[in-house]
Design a protein around this ligand. Structure first.
Ligand SMILES: NC(=O)C1=CN([C@@H]2O[C@H](COP(=O)(O)OP(=O)(O)OC[C@H]3O[C@@H](n4cnc5c(N)ncnc54)[C@H](OP(=O)(O)O)[C@@H]3O)[C@@H](O)[C@H]2O)C=CC1
Ligand SMILES: O=C1O[C@H](COP(=O)(O)O)[C@@H](O)[C@H](O)[C@H]1O
Length: 517
């Protein structure tokens, strides 16, 4: 699992990687930089070929130039997602790049692909569907019709499918059905880039490679769990896509449910794709399906208004490009879920995500029950605070424990203090898009970090009641950009006598300002 610069990761076997949608944003901004990064760390086979497919007119040379120009502009940009890029090895890497100008809907495109495979030194092929979702099933069927998904000895055929995987339960099921009609599950790699994040993978290691946490990891000791993905960015250039989808579809059944699964699954019987994905599927399948009324009661949705972020004025959502001026699309969502199994009975899970919030902060906050008895009753302490274990996914990656300590002095006053592990104190965490790990794993044939059909459907099954409930009442509450969500989200958790963990809380020894830059 997972590419690493330091471990003895094997070089994957040679193959041809076809990138459908090669002139698009994802390919230039995330996929090619990630492939180049793997190349620079020696993790690509020398015979790997990368073939872009798109209807935009071009050839090998113009494709290479288009990517080189983009990377050169990024090379000096400290905000670039792939981090600073050293282009010294680019000319060697670029030799692997080819381009097929073709329409996804035309048979000739698939004849060109067949010829490219026949001309390559290997018959292994991966097809990355970096296209608008409406093409996913179509392209797969055309690949199937052309015989390009048939595997043989020494010849694998794999298809990587981007997100979003469906827009509700019915569409996700239909897409799974169409894909599985032309290939087997072991050939399908459904991408969720959160699974490529080192800190997400580390949740499993923290839980299952240490004896310390697991005995407490249940409803005897845990009061509730909060999962937060707060973003400071708005919808950027994606207004058209976002306005049709909203925060729930964009983030919850995929990224937030991956975090939920990592924190809540049972220990897998083996550390392999089947065992791990079965546990995840079981867990998501155990989320209680709310009735429409329960879904309405257990959710809050908001939309950002104009406000101030980091001292700068930012426009409201309805003033963003390609967003309907009367849009009711939610840019913030909070939901409460319960999991009907032995371990989690009685432990609510609160999930929230939003754009234009006060700080960038993706974290899992595990709130333990307070100590059962305050033996310090003769002191000024009459109520003990809960311990929190914070798994900080980004930024300031690490794990932090809030616990009570005695403040020095003649009286017994308690204060919450922190004990922590910051990645940066132990490891060089290379800038990563998450796609390096996923591309590497797909090239090696490891499906552990990819979603299986049943997991995806179980995820959609759990969010479907919210989608249904909101159809009847699509209003959103406002929150000013820079605030941490609408008042209804505070009411949601407040009804249970609880509070949200503070977004973007500074950790000792970390410089959040710097991390956000
Ligand atoms: N961009 C991102 O940051 C992320 C994207 N994704 C997902 O990745 C996928 C791709 O996204 P993105 O790169 O932004 O999409 P784009 O629309 O930028 O890229 C798709 C490419 O396919 C081309 N194309 C469209 N129709 C055809 C056709 N019939 N035949 C051949 N080429 C065609 C497009 O050309 P034209 O422009 O002329 O239509 C475009 O060059 C989507 O599913 C998206 O949800 C996921 C995470 C992040
Ligand atoms: O898939 C998506 O994820 C990003 C958040 O990912 P991160 O790695 O930057 O935390 C989100 O901004 C985007 O709306 C969504 O489509």
């Amino acid at each position: 699992m997972a590419y690493s610069q330091s471990s003895q990761a094997p070089t994957p076997p040679p193959a041809t990687l076809f990138l459908f949608g090669a002139s698009g944003d994802l390919v230039k901004r995330l996929l090619v930089p990630s492939l180049y990064s793997l190349f620079r760390t020696g993790l690509l086979d020398p015979a790997l070929q990368i073939v872009g497919i798109d209807h935009v007119s071009g050839n090998d040379e113009s494709f290479r130039r288009h990517l080189a120009d983009f990377l050169a502009a990024q090379a000096d940009d400290p905000d670039a997602e792939a981090g600073e890029i050293d282009l010294e090895q680019w000319p060697d890497f670029a030799q692997r790049l080819r381009y097929i100008q073709g329409d996804f809907t035309q048979a000739d495109t698939y004849r060109q692909i067949t010829r490219a495979i026949q001309a390559s030194p290997t018959r292994n092929a991966l097809f990355y569907l970096a296209t608008a979702p409406r093409f996913f099933a179509d392209i797969a069927e055309r690949l199937g019709d052309a015989g390009l998904l048939q595997e043989a000895a020494e010849q694998y055929r794999r298809v990587l499918v981007e997100k979003p995987f469906g827009h509700d339960l019915a569409s996700a099921r239909a897409l799974n059905e169409r894909l599985l009609a032309v290939m087997a599950e072991h050939q399908i790699y459904r991408i969720d880039h959160f699974l490529g994040k080192e800190t997400v993978q580390n949740v499993l290691v923290a839980r299952f490679a240490n004896v310390l946490f697991e005995p407490l990891w249940n409803n005897h000791y845990i009061d509730h769990i909060q999962i937060t993905a707060a973003e400071t960015v708005g919808v950027e250039q994606r207004g058209n896509f976002y306005d049709k989808n909203g925060a729930l579809r964009d983030m919850v059944p995929n990224h937030l449910f991956q975090l939920l699964a990592m924190v809540a699954i049972e220990p897998p019987a083996a550390f392999d794709a089947d065992a791990l994905r079965s546990e995840k599927s079981k867990l998501l399948g155990a989320i209680r399906p709310w009735s429409m009324e329960e879904a309405r009661h257990n959710s809050a949705r908001g939309q950002y208004r104009a406000g101030t972020l980091k001292g700068e004025p930012v426009p409201g959502y309805r003033d963003e490009p390609d967003v309907d001026a009367d849009s009711n699309t939610e840019t913030y969502v909070a939901i409460k879920l319960v999991i009907d199994n032995w371990r989690w009975a009685g432990v609510p899970f609160y999930l929230r995500t939003g754009k234009r919030m006060g700080a960038r902060d993706t974290e899992i906050a595990i709130c333990f029950k307070p100590a059962p008895y305050a033996q310090f009753r003769d002191t000024r302490v009459d109520r003990l605070e809960s311990n929190y274990l914070i798994i900080q996914i980004q930024p300031d990656e690490g794990i932090w424990l809030d616990f009570e300590a005695k403040r020095p002095g003649p009286t017994l006053d308690l204060e919450t203090v922190q004990m922590g592990f910051a990645y940066e104190d132990f490891f060089a965490l290379p800038p990563s898009t998450g796609y390096e790990t996923l591309l590497y794993d797909c090239l090696t044939g490891d499906q552990m970090l990819f979603q299986r059909a049943d997991t995806i459907e179980n995820g959609w099954r759990a969010v479907q009641p919210f989608l249904e409930a909101w159809k009847d009442d699509p209003r959103t509450d406002g929150y000013a950009a820079g605030e941490d969500g609408p008042p209804s989200a505070d009411e949601l958790i407040g009804r249970d006598g609880r509070n949200w963990h503070q977004v973007g809380r500074q950790r000792p020894g970390t410089d959040r300002e710097q991390a956000e830059e």
